[in-house]
Design a protein around this ligand. Structure first.
Ligand SMILES: O=C(O)COP(=O)(O)O
Ligand SMILES: [Mg+2]
Length: 222
């Protein structure tokens, strides 16, 4: 793959294993609401479409069901308060993330983080894990009216760096990252270790897959 001029990296499931904190908060929320605790393995399938969808999935224990509106309205502020206090303590950078970022920076490539996570959580999480300063731009799930798989957040970052779509690469863990990249006309590399709603990310046909961001030099210099 040709070396890009800009790389945008997804957050949850790509840079950070954030499910231990997210699952903790989902379980605490459900306890307050008198609902069953779902556990970390269920929560692993629910990440990637923003906090509102995550909470709906925790309430219904399903990917697409809608909870009763009154229940959701009660639940969302409970989750927001819990996650504000439990954003990063249990979360970790995946192995290879540091090496991957170091490599991209050494190549002089512009770096952005594009996530569907709300900005109020994205910024402390990146800061507390020590990678906030690596990114020239951070586009969160509520920075714009549109979220991935809409191409708008990716285009917003490309416009910021003044890089054309042909020279732009998205790296992510979910089919929504692949779809957003395709919609924006970017290349896309997927990681195999993240959260993709229980599916193998290869089914989404990214341009390449890696088991770790430490493999980026091999893929990008081929
Ligand atoms: O669903 C979220 O809140 C965030 O997910 P993302 O970082 O993988 O876009
Ligand atoms: Mg993700």
């Amino acid at each position: 793959m040709k070396l890009p001029r800009m790389v945008l990296i997804d957050l949850d499931g790509t840079l950070v294993d954030s499910v231990p904190d997210l699952a903790f908060c989902a379980d605490e929320m459900n306890k307050v609401l008198g609902l069953p605790v779902r556990g970390e393995n269920r929560a692993r399938n629910w990440v990637g479409n923003g906090v509102e969808r995550f909470v709906k999935r925790a309430l219904t224990d399903s990917l697409h069901d809608e909870p009763e509106p009154a229940l959701f309205e009660k639940a969302l502020p409970i989750f927001m308060a819990l996650y504000a206090e439990n954003t990063s303590a249990r979360s970790r950078l995946y192995p290879g993330v540091r090496e991957g970022i170091d490599y991209l920076q050494a190549e002089g490539i512009a770096l952005g983080c594009v996530t569907n996570k709300a900005a109020r959580f994205t910024e402390p999480l990146l800061q507390e894990l020590g990678i906030y300063d690596c990114f020239g731009i951070v586009v969160s799930g509520d920075t714009l009216p549109q979220k991935k798989p809409d191409p708008a957040p990716l285009r917003h970052a490309a416009d910021f760096f003044k890089v054309p779509a042909e020279a732009s690469l998205m790296i992510g863990d979910s089919m929504h990252d692949v779809e957003a990249a395709r919609n924006a006309g970017f290349s896309v590399i997927a990681v195999t270790y993240g959260y993709n709603h229980g599916h193998d990310i290869r089914e989404a046909n990214p341009d390449a897959v890696v088991d770790s961001l430490a493999e980026l030099p091999r893929v990008l210099e081929d």
